[in-house]
Design a binder for this molecule. Sequence first.
Ligand SMILES: Cc1cc2nc3c(=O)[nH]c(=O)nc-3n(C[C@H](O)[C@H](O)[C@H](O)COP(=O)(O)OP(=O)(O)OC[C@H]3O[C@@H](n4cnc5c(N)ncnc54)[C@H](O)[C@@H]3O)c2cc1C
Length: 493
Amino acid sequence: MSKKTLIIGSGLGALATALRLTSKGYEVTILEKYHRAGGRLNLLEKDGFTFDMGPSFFSMSYEFTELFKSCGVDNPLKLNELNPLYAVFFENRTIPFLIHKDLKKLEAEFAGIESNLAQKVEKYLNAAGKMFHDTEDIVIKQNFTSKFHYYTQLARVPWKHAPKMFRSMWTELEQNFESKEVKVIFSLVAFFLGSTPFQTPAVYSLLNYTELKHDGYWNVQGGMYKIVEKIKELLDARGVKFHFNTEIKSVETDSNGIKAFIDQNGKKWDADIYVANADAASFRGQVLQREKYSAKNLDAMEWTLSPFTIYLGIKGKLNNIHHHNYFLGENFKEYADSIFKTSVSPDKPYYYVNVSSKSNPACAPEGCENLFILCPVPDLRHKPDWSDSQQLADTIISDLSKRIGFDLHANTISKTILNPIDWQNQFNLYRGSGLGLAHGLNQIGGLRPANKDEKFNNLYYVGASTVPGTGLPIVVISSRLVTERIEQDHATV
Ligand SMILES: Cc1cc2nc3c(=O)[nH]c(=O)nc-3n(C[C@H](O)[C@H](O)[C@H](O)COP(=O)(O)OP(=O)(O)OC[C@H]3O[C@@H](n4cnc5c(N)ncnc54)[C@H](O)[C@@H]3O)c2cc1C
């Protein structure tokens, strides 16, 4: 019997789950509020330019290999390894630091700044790597049946890693490196979790291991949206139905459980199994009306920073900038301490810039370049008013123009700004939080909203705010975990 499955949302977690479920004989329908599949992994096409809307690279590329292999299809993605991984520009220093995986090259980059860097990094990454491999199967890739199960699994992690749970990533870096530059650069991974190195536990030094040693960083030939296009092609061929501009607003239940989910037009959608790819915490509050996830309780949780993103189509070629770049100021600690809670836009913002036309010329017209700028900002709980968006964008563009010696204002052909309100409204991101629930110790593993509903035994969750957490490869793992759960409960015959 083929189980009829309804997936709410079409982010990467949804698409990967649909691919896995259809491989096992499930019949899948996908509902999506936006007009196109992909969620945050989306596309912006404007004025002859193409931009990746959100993600621009990822680690743990083997999770995509596993996805396609386990579904019996050839991997349709062609990946480029980032080399160097990225460039970091500090204020008052015109030449950026290039971050290489090759430690001898990395050491040469920091000559005169950090002595014996290769040796220090090797030691630091060995410890981080042990942490990664000792937790990967026991904690990260696990379905937890209860909090007790989670704590039992945690107890199996070698005790030598325990201190890393109680000190911050910054403290860990201070114990391993001397120069401010190296500490700041290695701590940037904390922002990928949507937090800061001063709040992120040192266990996440494992991300330095995944970037610098384990698998590096990758992007996709033809742009990141190819991930969505290629999976969607496979799903279309398998008969998966997509319904766009369809937002689930409420649920109808009876004594047997969920009868149907109801969209904005009052249409009822029923199935045997439901998977919510909408945020696993706010969906429980806003759609299921659970008290534990009321607005008050959701606001009391820890959420990742919001994105403030600018998409610029530029006339001319930019030589003083790389594919992936970070532009930092001089007041790292004060900046990191204030960005979460401030209600005013920063006058000296820190930001990330991606120029995908450097490796994928089809993204921009001849002689032009496409720039994606991402500035992490407080979510809408702390800064609800974004009427200063234009001003913040101008500040960033002026700063970038000065630092790369190119007048971006005068050469702009296309400009789009998305502030946290836009991100919230487009993809139902709670209070505009870019990466979903944060990854503090009280919100991970068995303490994160589970991928199986507490009350309804045919409702599941996949995506950034359930287990294991945020980021493209992690969401692919999330799709594997939820599929295993569904299979355990409802295996087709
Ligand atoms: C600006 C930005 C940059 C990022 N950069 C990177 C990066 O470089 N590398 C990386 O690995 N990760 C990055 N991430 C994180 C990554 O994008 C996410 O972790 C991942 O895409 C989340 O996927 P998801 O499956 O949780 O689904 P989402 O992308 O959240 O998709 C969920 C979908 O559900 C839809 N939906 C929500 N509610 C409803 C409803 N009620 N009814 C119908 N549909 C609904 C939404 O519209 C959305 O399409 C970035 C995120 C952002 C915002």
